[in-house]
Design a protein around this ligand. Structure first.
Ligand code: PLP
Length: 407
């Protein structure tokens, strides 16, 4: 008999977005004339920039001609994109990594999940709370998370690090020994960032304890403040302890295109094994490369024209985030994020529960948000809003919330 992976049966249902959808639909049905505005959306909404479209059209035409046709490509990604990434995302920032440390993929979600292939079941995992759920669920599927405690809404073998306004959104350096630590900056969902000193403390901890940091920089392009690290490799010592995930999804509207990359330094060695060589072996076995056409589109965001256009698109979302932050602050709410992120993390008024505030905004302002508790127990008492919507609708939604709270 085929024995299945019993860990799947332990996974709690992922009800967050289904439940938001259910409540939104029920409200619309009960109030057919209500003009509902969604500020909970975590997906981009603007089209791809012209430079990307132009590059992809050209790549499509190349596929029609046997002399330029591309079949299976390199599993690690085409050199043209790896080199563009190296020059623009790293060398331009004074970061010295090797082109063979960059692995192009179909997105950061797959890589964040697949990286677990390199690690034994017997590892202590640490995540921030609230958290992007992929880190937790992918470890649970592999059997590394222990058992799920329904009351605590937590896994027994996962070390949760609360990151809230109370600790300035900095996951405390632990006194115990942890093996694999997931850090995300700019953070989803809190929109906050880690400073160089904070990251340095984690890098030192990881090197001292032979741990590995999984650094998710999917929202790096949204950083505006000087001095905030865009890559963990800006920190001395990171190459011997950290893997970095990047994505073109939020950078350049590639959520539906699927492209990202992961950096695995050659200096990263654990248990006598080189993780760069291991990841290369894993990818060449289980992955056949990202599409040529998509990689050509991604390359175009590094041209002067593409860069300008992508900057404009990011500014559009940033401006929405700023409008939300300023509006909610003016309404007297405690608001975090938005400055280096498309996400706004807002404390509920008067100690209201996340879902209660969600309901109030939906029912009385026709605005959809995301309850913070859906990202982990420490997200209780917050909601997440995003700058990914339409500019006009975003302004209107903020006005409605401000008017509601002024009542
Ligand atoms: N990492 C974080 C923190 C995210 O929020 C997301 C998407 O929402 C991803 C990774 C996934 O990125 P990709 O679209 O490249 O798979």
């Amino acid at each position: 008999m085929a024995k299945i992976n019993e860990n799947f049966a332990k996974l709690p249902g992922s009800y967050l977005f289904a439940e938001i959808g259910r409540r939104t639909a029920a409200h619309q049905q009960a109030n057919p004339d209500a003009k509902i505005i969604k500020l909970g959306i975590g997906d981009v909404t603007q089209g791809l920039v012209p430079a990307v479209i132009k590059a992809m059209h050209k790549a499509v035409d190349e596929q029609a001609d046997p002399t330029t046709f591309k079949g299976y490509g390199p599993e690690q990604g085409y050199d043209f994109l790896r080199k563009a990434v190296l020059e623009n995302d790293f060398k331009a920032r004074g970061i010295d990594i090797d082109v063979n440390e960059i692995f192009i993929s179909d997105g950061a979600k797959s890589d964040c999940g697949n990286i677990g292939d390199l690690f034994d079941i017997d590892n202590k995992i640490a995540v921030c709370d609230p958290v992007y759920p992929v880190y937790v669920d992918s470890n649970a599927m592999a059997g590394r998370a222990g058992e799920y405690d329904v009351d605590a809404e937590a896994w027994t073998n996962i070390h949760y690090m609360p990151t809230t306004a109370d600790n300035d959104f900095f996951p405390a350096i632990p006194t115990e020994k942890l093996d694999i630590i997931y850090l995300c900056s700019p953070n989803n969902p809190t929109g906050t960032v880690l400073t160089k000193d904070q990251l340095k403390a984690w890098v030192d901890y990881a090197n001292d304890n032979d741990a590995v940091i999984m650094f998710d920089a999917a929202y790096e392009r949204f950083i505006t403040e000087e001095g905030i690290p865009h890559s963990i490799y800006e920190i001395d010592g990171a190459k011997t302890c950290a893997i970095e995930f990047r994505s073109f999804s939020k950078t350049a509207g590639f959520t539906g295109m699927r492209c990202g990359y992961t950096v695995v330094p050659k200096a990263l060695v654990r248990g006598g094994q080189n993780l760069n060589a291991m990841w290369n072996r894993r990818q060449t076995t289980k992955f056949n490369g990202a599409s040529y056409i998509i990689q050509k589109g991604a390359e175009a965001i590094y041209t002067p024209e593409g860069k300008r256009q992508v900057d404009d698109a990011i500014d559009f979302y940033r401006n929405n985030a700023r409008v939300i932050k300023e509006g909610l602050e003016a309404a007297g709410l405690e608001v975090y994020g938005a400055v280096n992120s498309p996400y706004i993390w807002c404390k509920t008024p008067d100690g209201m529960g996340s879902w209660d505030f969600f309901n109030k905004l939906l029912e009385e302002a026709n605005v959809v948000t995301t309850p913070g508790s859906g990202f982990g127990p420490a997200g209780e008492g917050y909601i997440r809003l995003t700058g990914f919507g339409d500019a006009e609708a975003t302004r209107e939604a903020v006005q409605r919330i401000v008017a509601l709270l002024a009542k």
